[in-house]
Write a protein that binds this ligand. Structure first.
Ligand code: RIB
Length: 286
């Protein structure tokens, strides 16, 4: 079976605490409960792409603990090709500690666990699109970039979480996808909007760049000009966790189907808006 989108990335178990407001430094807050759910930027992106109807394979690592079993089963259940999802002995599955406030804003701290050991044992495969992000080691990201170059696949890089400075392989991204914080960090610039986007493209050399703006939509520099993707209004924001991953996953799926980057980003923006209306990083099961 052919693969449309190959995601090389992280798989986490998310430990989610709901709080009225996010705590400040040195502050202790009480919360009534926590929930375990499925996460990891790579895995969330892979599931979002599969939900959009394309064939998706996930390259990543989990541990041989209970969390690894749960996360592997969830990816199988989402219809992903998991033949390159490795279960590593004696290593914990990646874990994200997430606080979500009553406005749906969050803070996330990730313990990398098995994600620190991702490698690319991928054999004879020619995906249309390769996707990677920054919760796995730089060497694994570079392997993903090399695979895309070797097979002629389109390369989508999500610079999340943002590295200290842009690595040279960001130049191969088409597009590089960031949010505003990541764009500011990568450029060390206090510019905003289209100026920031242009600065990021100059700084990274990426062939195209997409910047998500949350409730304000997105901006796309397709290599020729900057396009504004209008906001999509939702009735109630429940939880913004994973909305950016939904964006990247749907973007990749649409690019795999042959859409141009602006059309793909429009569809991704609509799906990301929907993603803030449910709790957790992944859509509820049908
Ligand atoms: O983008 C949201 C994701 O970031 C969460 O699922 C968490 O696991 C972290 O990787």
């Amino acid at each position: 079976m052919g693969i449309d989108v190959l995601v090389v990335g992280s798989v986490n178990e998310d430990i989610v605490v709901s709080v009225e407001r996010l705590p400040g430094p040195g502050e202790t807050l009480l919360a009534s409960e926590f929930a375990l759910s499925c996460g990891g930027k790579g895995a969330n992106q892979a599931v979002a792409a599969a939900r959009d109807g394309v064939r998706v394979a996930m390259v990543g690592s989990v541990g041989d603990d209970d969390a690894g079993g749960r996360q592997g089963a969830a990816l199988d259940g989402a219809g992903l090709d998991t033949r390159w999802l490795r279960r590593l002995t004696g290593v914990p599955t990646g874990t994200a500690f997430i606080q979500v406030d009553s406005r749906g804003e969050n803070t996330i701290v990730v313990v990398q666990g098995a994600n620190a050991h991702v490698t690319l044992p991928v054999g004879d495969v020619e995906p249309r699109v390769v996707v990677t992000q920054n919760e796995i080691p730089p060497a694994a990201q570079q392997e993903a970039v090399a695979l895309a170059a070797r097979t002629g696949a389109r390369l989508v890089i999500n610079a999340a979480p943002a590295p200290e400075s842009p690595p040279p392989w960001y130049g191969a991204a088409d597009p590089l996808v960031v949010n505003e914080h990541e764009a500011a960090q990568l450029t060390t610039s206090d510019e905003t909007g289209a100026e920031l986007l242009r600065r990021l493209r100059e700084r990274t050399g990426a062939r195209s760049v997409v910047m998500t703006l949350g409730e304000r939509g997105a901006l796309v520099d397709d290599g020729t000009e900057v396009h504004a993707i209008p906001p999509v209004v939702v009735e109630q924001v429940v939880d913004a966790t994973g909305a950016g991953d939904t964006f990247v996953g749907v973007l990749a799926a649409r690019l795999a189907r042959g859409d141009a980057v602006v059309a793909a980003a429009s569809a991704a923006n609509r799906c990301a808006a929907k993603a803030v209306t449910w709790s957790g990083a992944r859509p509820p099961a049908d």
